[in-house]
Design a protein around this ligand. Sequence first.
Ligand SMILES: [Zn+2]
Length: 247
Amino acid sequence: MKIRSMIFWATLTLALWLPSPAAAQAQSEALTLRMSRDFGYGGFDNQIEGLFSLRAEGPQTLTRVEFYIDSQLMATVNEPPFRHQFNTNQYPAGEHVFSARGFTTSGEPLQSNQLTRVLLSAEESRQMLVRTVGPILGVTLLISLLIGALSLRVSRKPFDGSYGLLGGAVCPQCQLPYGLHWLAPRLVTRRLQRCPHCGKWAWVGRARPADLAAAESRWRGEDQQAARGDEAAERSRHQIDDSRFDT
Ligand SMILES: [Zn+2]
């Protein structure tokens, strides 16, 4: 019991006494340099192109910050916020090291951390964008084309008297039944589908059994009429053919 509490206090004391890694870093780097993108391309492997901002943060006594690209002075900022905006096309393409040097009221110089970036030319950036965004756009386009083609195929399919798993709907235009399809665009309980009988597009939901039964009997009636119509047409065609031989 006694030993255990001793170990506990020893551990706690040690934990409080040892500086955490974050605190250690803050001490050694009194001037912190950050870069952010204002407009342009910031992609993989620290490649950048466009309008970017460098920001330096330091102690309260900071009065002046110099921003550097490699060893070349980019700008001197004499008041907070210590920020410098630049365009990558002002500098030659390729790898560069950014850094900042700060000065406090007592004249003490502070060196910042370094940031390594690869500046791309506008042309390289455009190519990079095409290479990364191009395939994504292509796949998206292909998928939407496939879905479009499939749903068009579904909508062109004539009604054969069966509905499928999602049940049947009744066309608001011609009052004939057709099956709901899982590929059709859905909004809560309704789907946008084309009626295979009259060709009208409508947002339709699953019909009540009674309505569906009524629509089915209407469809059967029209189907028989159509069949009779076909027969009649066939008969008249035969008559025309026959009459040709009569003359
Ligand atoms: Zn219809």
